[in-house]
Design a protein around this ligand. Structure first.
Ligand code: SAM
Ligand code: SF4
Length: 331
């Protein structure tokens, strides 16, 4: 397994589409983004080829994301092919949950078990405002359905924004008393947005932890995963709660040194770092009938190009000039 600076690069995040049925204020401009044409997006067979080629290079975990992955036709069939690959130990999905009630059964049957659902407010009006039109009730129905069909773990992701949803920190924390899910606060990253709102809206997760800690007795559960392969969430549980609270803090507590991820964009670019526009375009090779060896060499090149850590992001919430928006990278 290739190691980079004592990290195992074993996790591939795949954006299966740049399209989305929401327009979250921190992720996309109001007018949306100019979308890729169908021919620009990797076909499922092409994604599968990349995953297959990445496995001997150390990839064992794949997360499907987007845009909104459930908005792409044929996702359940694609998941079945992925879950049939021996050697992948973990296949998961990140979704906004709007289409989840309709698709939960099929994607569970296809073999996926772990799901992350983005939910930035428990207030219907506010949810509509943040997502520019989404229905909270529809997402809650999706979460209930996911639990009913057996998804576990279910993680609920909240991007915190000062003055927008930070007054709900305690409401989300309290929800873990009855929800057997991991509720995770994520610091807003100032990626790709062509404005400066991100600076004023940024809220350190230390503030959230402090507010929750004043109200509830919290047990520290540690970080996700084994030490050499650690996920970025620091986890806690309110005494007696059914669920957990996690903090993902890329700005106040950077975790670049431990980053084990590669990203494949919907248009077939491999990206070694969320914050760097250095990418390797796999599409021309894929479409000119390249050999698996060529593909593997490009994957090794991406792995080798992974920065040592300590990006410019930690402690600095000012907007970065990434060429791509978060919806195009996949989060
Ligand atoms: N549409 C799906 C969703 O919303 O879950 C998947 C794609 S979305 C880009 C993946 C994750 O990125 C979501 O949890 C979203 O909240 C997060 N995200 C998007 N923009 C972000 C930002 N500026 N800072 C932090 N997280 C962000
Ligand atoms: Fe769409 Fe997810 Fe971005 Fe919201 S965060 S606009 S749901 S891709």
């Amino acid at each position: 397994m290739p190691k980079q600076l004592h990290r195992n690069i074993n996790y591939l995040r795949v954006s299966v589409t740049d399209r989305c049925n929401l327009r979250c204020i921190y992720c996309m401009p109001k007018e949306g983004l100019s979308l890729l044409g169908h021919n620009d997006i990797l076909r499922y067979e092409e994604i599968l080829r990349v995953v297959r080629a990445a496995m001997p290079e150390g990839i064992t975990k794949v997360r499907l994301t987007g845009g909104e992955p459930l908005a792409r036709k044929g996702l359940a069939e694609f998941i079945s092919t992925l879950t049939g690959l021996k050697g992948l130990t973990d296949i998961s999905l990140t979704t906004n949950g709007i289409l989840l009630a309709d698709h939960a059964e099929a994607i569970y049957q296809a073999g996926i078990r772990r799901i992350n659902i983005s939910l930035d407010s428990l207030n219907p009006e506010r949810y509509r405002t943040i997502t520019r039109g989404g229905s909270l009730e529809t997402v809650l129905r999706g979460i209930r359905k996911a639990a009913e069909v057996g998804f576990s773990p279910i993680k609920i992701n909240i991007v915190l924004m000062k003055g927008t949803n930070d007054d709900e920190i305690l409401d989300f924390a309290k929800a873990t008393l009855r929800w057997p899910y991991q509720v995770r606060f994520i610091e807003m990253m100032p990626i790709g947005r062509d404005n400066t709102e991100a600076v004023t809206e940024y809220l350190s997760n230390d503030v959230a932890l402090d507010r929750i800690g004043r109200m509830f007795k919290l047990d520290y559960l540690g970080e996700n995963g084994a030490p050499e392969n650690r996920g970025p969430a620091r986890r806690y549980r309110i005494e007696g709660a059914k669920g957990e609270i996690g903090f993902i803090s890329p700005i106040s507590h950077e975790f670049c040194d431990n980053c084990n991820r590669l990203r494949l964009t919907a248009d077939g670019h491999l990206r070694a770092c969320l914050l760097s526009d250095d990418e390797i375009d796999l599409k021309p090779e894929l479409r000119s009938g390249c050999s698996d060896e060529v593909l593997k060499a490009l994957i090794r090149k991406a792995i080798a190009s992974k920065p040592a850590g300590k990006s410019t992001l930690p402690g600095d919430p000012s907007p970065k000039k990434c060429r791509r928006q978060m919806s195009a990278i996949g989060g």
